[in-house]
Design a protein around this ligand. Sequence first.
Ligand code: SF4
Ligand code: SF4
Length: 229
Amino acid sequence: MIAQVQKPIEEILEYLEGRDKVVLVGCGGCATVFHTGGEPEVKEMADILSRHGKEVLAAIAPPFGEFTCYAPWSSKRLSKYRQEIEECDAILMMTCGDGLQVVRESVIEGEFGLLKRIYPATNPTGHMGGGPALFKEKCQQCGECLLGKFAGICPLTQCTKGLLNGPCGGSQDGKCEADPERDCAWMLIYERLKKFGELDRLREAEPMLKDYSQMTRPRKIEVAPLVLE
Ligand code: SF4
Ligand code: SF4
């Protein structure tokens, strides 16, 4: 999921200075889980903006499970608000940067053919897994997964130095030398491989550099489209 926090309201109001008619767009995915763009937050933002003299033409809060970064869903939902979008001075996206850019590119400009000012209401802080309350970074989406070699623990992400041929030698009592609050990822990998009797895996040296051609940005992937009801 894309972890995110709401931007300070002052920053949001600064974006919206001189733009009186606003459309709000939330997200039924990550932004709902992280309380930045679910139904209550969209409603609250509409109230705050109204108190600051804005006219909120539409406060769109997709239901839980409807991801704004999925263009077909955004297209379906926003098409019901086309008139409000045409009339507005600005769109405030209570989503991550994926949601904002998908809506801007695919729906507002691509499908509707409109040029609209569009602003973020959140600061995305990374791709994380977990919950219900605590989320942690688990994977950097390197495009060449090594979890099968390292007992289901990602050295690139869980080791502070991202070592592929660890440990670094500085670990003390199973803790990381750079951050004694956290477990040394390589100790965890070692212990798990030991339980499976697979310590020999650690004798196979990994190339010092990963294949970063898999990580050139912006990355893309093509899949068969889902059929929406
Ligand atoms: S090796 Fe680590 S960063 Fe790469 S895909 Fe696997 S979990 Fe993600
Ligand atoms: S102590 Fe362990 S987790 Fe920390 S940098 Fe060294 S190998 Fe990585």
